[in-house]
Write a protein of this length. Sequence first.
Length: 397
Amino acid sequence: MVEASKFWFEKACSHAPCNTLIHPWTSTCKDATATMLLSCIKGSYKFYAMVYLIQILMKGKKLGKEEMIEQFKLYLKSGIFGLTVGSSFVTLNCIFRALFFSRFNYYTTVLLPCTVSGLAVYFEPPYRRVMVVNLFVNLVFEYWVRTLEMKGWLRRTPGKETLIFMLGSAVFFYLMRKDRENRKRTPLFWFFTPPRVSKEVGEPIKGISGRSPACPHKGNCSNYILRGTIQLFGVGCAMTMLRTIIPRILTPTKALKSLRLSHLKLGLFFGGYIGIYRLVVCLLCRAYGKDNALYAIPAGFLAGAAFRASPSLPISLAPLTSTLQILGSWGYQKGMIPEQWPLVELLYCVCQGLLFHARVMHEDVCPRYIINLMTTVTSTKADQIQAAFIQRMLRSL
Ligand SMILES: [Zn+2]
Ligand SMILES: [Zn+2]
């Protein structure tokens, strides 16, 4: 793979005509715009069909006719967002080059047009914008960590990633419990939402039976802990099974044979995460006879250890990103950030510019998710552009 520094990029590409660099499949800019648009209509609606299907499945209930129509309208809008971002890359480049810059430049080739096209996020409703920004900020963190690693400034290990996840979880669960006291709750997307702090008080209790009056749940503590553990263990295993079996759906025996004990890892992480969290909160409620939001700190920290079963860089950074999201939303609520500032949208534009720039210039450290996303949304046109670009770079070496 090719790492394009500013020097090498400009040496190899700055004088290239736009049809060799930006649209290698056709020579005219008009034609390129039309074909790119068609590819992105197809790709974007295919991508969002998967996203919406998963979202509906995860809600776990049947939709009524009106909800179906509502979801379909949202799906159409999300599709416009995706196809605008995808298709505008080629068009904006051809226009910018014709109007402002006569040559390709390291910053104005991908970073600039992809930051501008991020404005298409306005096609999404506000609560979906927040979710997309959370995802993209997390991807930018991942990109930075990978860059630091490649430069040799830090070394990633599963142990270190687990520690980051534990610390992040401690703070994040505490803030989530605090956030539940607010009138307007921050829309968060996490494995589970901790219950609000219980106001009941009672005597400390010993042993393992029953529940403390202060416990933030109904029924026996042991039932409550076990139920959560088993449920999330099941979700984790189901997700791994689907990922393993779906690509081999046409050869079911082979698919079943490919299942290994290691496929339980995600289940262990999910189940352990909620199980340890609930266990620690219950133990503290039982020992002190009252509940406190602070219990989330040791509980979240220890629960984070379950991450060791299935470590991954993007997830290890996720509690940190969501912590920043809660703090941002409190900033808006408390009036520290003026309500009319489009911080979410601007942040999205910057993240999108950075990540798509990374996809083209620094493929080695670009998050996998972005590479797959661009391939799907542009119906592999992004890879054709990338291949032509790499060839050009190699020829100039
Ligand atoms: Zn062109
Ligand atoms: Zn309990």
